[in-house]
Design a protein around this ligand. Structure first.
Ligand code: NDP
Ligand code: DGY
Length: 328
């Protein structure tokens, strides 16, 4: 890789996997400042850290808004996020300032799809409950109806947002003998044929699916989309899974739906807020499995994400191609 012009300042908002850190140190960027911790940078430190920066490598937990862009100032050429989701960034403000954005699509698709399937099975087949019963002595004998759940074979799966990850989830679920795959979104997808996907209105998907899997991006349209009306349309035997963003779901309404038996179970990899407070009502429910946003958390995926975000950053600093530039 061509050496990056000296006198450029880069701010990295967290300790990142070595694959990315190595690329940046080899590139000879003049000044790399970093929040050298596994925990998020406090807002005041973030605002101070980005002052005068030409490039920022950030995480989904860093709010990139007008205040931060003003704090960074006119040098800022590129923001590279270690995520495919970019809902933490004020894209209109970024565009206004002519700043380029890099992100990490594709490289995390398989890991996230795999985790979503694991979460679906954990919720549908009540795995955390079963593990708990083994430990607490609740396992007295084999009983015909004890810890029964719902299986995928012969079922209808509804994917809300058949994008890269939605398609990868649908492909994996096919192997479990799913009979129908429905999907909803803004437009029908030519590639849906790969999973025999039927493009249907959201209401149809919600009403006819045994498993509703949310894998869309968070936008003003999808914010709060899974609300009381949504859950009321679901079958009482259906399982709800969300691995997109927490804010797509109205959590009070989800709690109601789960606690009243309106739906059978839920699996959430994402919540609002993150972390979810340990006294949150959803955590009192046996039929709700909550994971700490670990969709892309395999060692190799996080390594490749770090590498890609470093390459994006360097491309933006050099004014050359970025391997994954967000066009908006
Ligand atoms: P894509 O852009 O490929 O897919 C996003 C999909 O969302 C598109 O197919 C789009 O469909 C759909 N969508 C947009 N608006 C709506 C809507 N109103 N109703 C239904 N669908 C809609 O992104 P990825 O698949 O790569 O990632 C999706 C999201 O997953 C990310 O934005 C991120 O939030 C989340 N994610 C979570 C991870 C985790 O750890 N849990 C890991 C990685 C990503 P259309 O084109 O028709 O608008
Ligand atoms: C993303 O990339 O958007 C995920 O939420 C974390 O990998």
């Amino acid at each position: 890789m061509q050496a990056v012009q000296k006198l450029m300042k880069v701010f990295i908002t967290r300790r990142i996997p070595p694959e990315g850190a190595k690329l940046l140190s080899q590139a000879g960027v003049y000044e790399v400042a970093q929040w050298d911790s596994d925990e998020p940078v406090p807002r005041a430190e973030l605002l101070k850290g980005v002052e005068g920066a030409h490039g920022i490598l950030c995480l989904l937990s860093d709010k990139i808004d007008a205040e931060l862009l003003d704090a960074a100032g006119p040098n800022l050429k590129v923001i590279s996020t270690l995520s495919v989701g970019f809902d933490h960034m004020a894209m209109d403000e970024i565009k206004k300032r002519g700043i380029r954005v890099g992100y990490t699509p594709d490289v995390l698709t398989d890991a996230t799809a795999e985790l979503t399937v694991a979460l679906l099975l954990a919720a549908a087949r009540r795995l955390p409950e079963g593990v708990e019963e083994v430990k607490n002595g609740g396992w007295s004998s084999w009983k015909p109806l004890w810890l029964c759940g719902y299986g995928l074979s012969g079922s209808t799966v509804g994917v809300v947002g058949l994008g890269r990850i939605g398609l990868a989830i649908a492909k994996r679920l096919k192997a479990f003998g799913v009979k129908r795959t429905l999907y909803s979104g803004r437009t029908a997808k030519a590639y849906a044929g790969e999973v025999g996907g039927e493009f249907v209105p959201l209401d149809t998907l919600v009403a006819e699916s045994d498993f509703v899997v949310v894998s869309c991006s968070l936008t003003p349209d999808t914010k709060g989309m899974c609300d009381q009306a949504f859950f009321n349309k679901m079958k009482k035997t259906a399982v709800f899974v969300n691995s997109s963003r927490g804010t797509v779901v109205n959590q009070e309404d989800l709690y109601q739906a789960l606690s009243t038996g309106q739906i059978a179970a839920a699996g959430l990899d994402v919540t609002t807020p993150e972390p979810l407070p340990t006294d949150h009502p959803l955590l009192t429910l046996k039929n709700c499995v909550v994971l700490p946003h670990i969709g892309s958390a395999t060692y190799s995926t996080r390594g490749v994400m770090a590498e890609l975000s470093a390459q994006n950053l360097l491309g933006g600093l050099q004014g050359t191609d970025m391997p994954s530039e967000l066009t908006f």
